[in-house]
Write a protein that binds this ligand. Structure first.
Ligand code: G3I
Length: 376
């Protein structure tokens, strides 16, 4: 029977709102850290009780040489986030010439392993081909967005858990109107590019939850404070315009040497949820570049940092999903930009480079069970 237009979307958005009623609280996994973590159920197993899916980002199977890592993806996650395969430079390298080979290989792998894809990302300032970067008029920018978004979203209908429609629209350092990030989209269409992008995505798939994705809102300091304020103002404006945005995708690229602004972050998230947005954690990693000590000491610090963050988020609302930006320390984007003083590899992800579960994994498992702190 054909699903009603909004059944699946409202089910996804509503289902996670259900709270766990009266579940006996198992001792937190951390308390059983002496147990062999390898014997604990995979992270994806908790979805059926908590309603929270777990995902991780990676390269497409047809270009991913690390088959063992790919197997771990299927064991631990029920969402596959294409790290780059669905970006504009991968899918429409020339005007109207689409290449979905990587996206399709992810969709096939996901279907075989009872996973969904997280759509990342339709409209961004970078990872775009030159022909897009060189657009100059509103008319040609709108035409490009219409063709790109309608083609890509329609292709993966019912295979996508949620779409990152507009990625990172805020950049205070660009000193532009309302702290909008300088981009070909802003130059050609003004801030209206955001509303247009979401309306095009909604028209292409009436069911899938649509996200606006941002980073850098977690910590104390003038820049995070400015980013929170500008992002909240944008989310308010989009609500006033009835722009079809369902979720805020909290990228959550954490840095273990930083301090959370508990009150400001909690207040920000509460305002976002009050505006009717659901929360997703979509690009989680915990950068330990500046954490001194042994591997055990570093892993304890990153696990504690993650627990502190998830405690704040879960105190406001249970996220629809938590995805890490990679699964194993053997492959993280961070190593291109961060180097530890002691020269040792970074340890930002749930599995170590040998694919063993780490304390970060145990913290994720604890919160994915949904038994941790409930929204207050
Ligand atoms: O696929 C080409 C390959 O054919 C070529 O030989 C190689 C050499 O240049 O480049 C490969 O493309 C690279 C692509 O990753 C796939 O590996 C691009 O150069 C490289 O710039 C791209 O970096 C990605 C970056 O986004 C830009 O798209 C990172 O892996 C990815 O982790 C990063 O992810 C972003 C999120 O999308 C948004 N949030 C922040 C996050 C971290 O920057």
């Amino acid at each position: 029977m054909a699903q009603s237009l909004l059944t699946r979307r409202s089910a996804i958005l509503g289902f996670a709102g259900a709270t766990l009623a009266g579940t006996a609280l198992a001792p937190p996994l951390g308390a059983r850290a002496a147990f062999n973590l390898e014997l604990e159920p995979p992270l994806r197993n908790h979805t059926r009780t908590s309603g929270i899916r777990y995902g991780c980002a990676g390269a497409a199977p047809n270009v991913q040489s690390d088959r063992i890592l790919l197997e771990k993806f299927a064991i631990e996650a029920n969402i596959f986030v294409p790290e780059s395969s669905l970006k504009w430079n991968a899918t429409e390298p020339l005007p109207g010439k689409f290449d979905f080979s990587e996206g399709d290989s992810i969709a096939t792998f996901a279907a075989r392993n009872a996973m969904l894809m997280h759509g990342h990302t339709l409209v961004w300032y970078t990872a775009i081909p030159d022909w897009v970067a060189n657009l100059t008029t509103g008319q040609e920018a709108q035409a490009a967005l219409e063709r790109h978004i309608s083609t890509e979203v329609a292709r993966y209908r019912r295979k996508i858990w949620a779409w990152d429609v507009v990625n990172e629209p805020i950049e205070p350092d660009d000193r532009l109107i309302d702290d909008h990030r300088n981009s070909v989209w802003l130059r050609c269409l003004g801030p209206a590019y955001i509303d247009l992008s979401f309306r095009l995505a909604r028209a292409a798939d009436p069911q899938v939850p649509l996200c606006l994705s941002e980073y850098g809102i977690e910590y104390v300091g003038t820049k995070p404070q400015r980013r929170r304020a500008s992002l909240l103002a944008l989310l308010r404006k989009l609500r006033e315009q009835n722009t079809p945005v369902d979720c805020l995708a909290l990228q959550s690229h954490l840095e273990a040497h930083q301090s959370f602004d508990h009150a400001e972050l909690t207040g920000f998230l509460r305002e976002v949820v009050k505006l009717g947005y659901r929360l997703l954690i979509t690009e989680l990693d915990v950068n330990d570049c500046k954490i001194l000590g042994s591997i055990e000491q570093r892993d304890r610090v990153t696990a504690r940092h993650l627990a502190e963050y998830l405690d704040i988020v879960f105190s406001v609302a249970k996220p629809l999903s938590i995805a890490t930006w990679g699964l194993s320390d053997r492959s993280t984007w961070l190593k291109q930009y961060w180097k530890r003083a002691d020269g040792s590899p970074l340890r930002p992800l749930p599995l170590d480079a040998d694919l063993n579960r780490k304390p970060l994994w145990a913290v994720l498992a604890r919160y994915l069970t949904g038994q941790e702190r409930q929204p207050t």
